[in-house]
Design a binder for this molecule. Structure first.
Ligand code: GTP
Ligand code: MG
Length: 135
């Protein structure tokens, strides 16, 4: 079995979508191993988003992620890394497919950063690294 880091980002928490997102994770049969509400400081976010340092959306992304608490979830299951990213849908909520978290709930406000409700690790290496940052 595999583990991944899921974040319900500040827009998801502020809009009261944490329960709906947890329900989708549970309905798929994944296990919630650990969960916590986190108000990340800049240092934690710089570590988490190191791969994006220097990109145009990097600063707005960090500011958005510091705008309120996120819910960090350690999720376990068979091929859960790929499976959760499939549940989440495409990065841009404008075009994310219906039936996905971002497709069903994500809005396009034309902002500087994609406010796309959730984060999911993209590889086993990322998952191990990110789980150590948030738990
Ligand atoms: P995560 O699961 O959050 O990591 O999303 P992802 O893997 O689909 O996207 P990626 O890791 O490439 O980018 C991290 C986050 O930066 C995204 O979730 C968006 O919030 C934001 N982001 C990524 N690419 C862009 C972009 O081209 N423009 C803007 N405005 N924001 C972006
Ligand atoms: Mg990513």
């Amino acid at each position: 079995t595999q583990e991944t880091l899921v974040l319900v980002k500040p827009d998801g928490v502020a809009r009261g979508l944490t329960g709906a997102i947890l329900a989708r994770i549970e309905a798929k049969g994944y296990a919630l191993v650990d969960i916590r509400l986190v108000e990340p400081d800049r240092e934690r976010l710089e570590a988490h988003y190191a791969e994006h340092a220097g990109k145009p959306f990097y600063e707005p992304l960090l500011e958005f992620m510091m705008s309120g608490p996120s819910v960090a979830i350690r999720v376990a299951g068979n091929r859960v890394i790929e499976g959760f990213r499939s549940l989440a849908g495409a990065t841009d909520p404008t075009t994310a497919a219906p039936g996905t978290i971002r497709g069903d709930y994500g809005r396009d406000w034309g902002l500087k950063v994609q406010q796309n409700l959730v984060h999911g690790s993209d590889s086993p290496e990322s998952a191990a690294r990110e789980l150590a940052i948030w738990f």
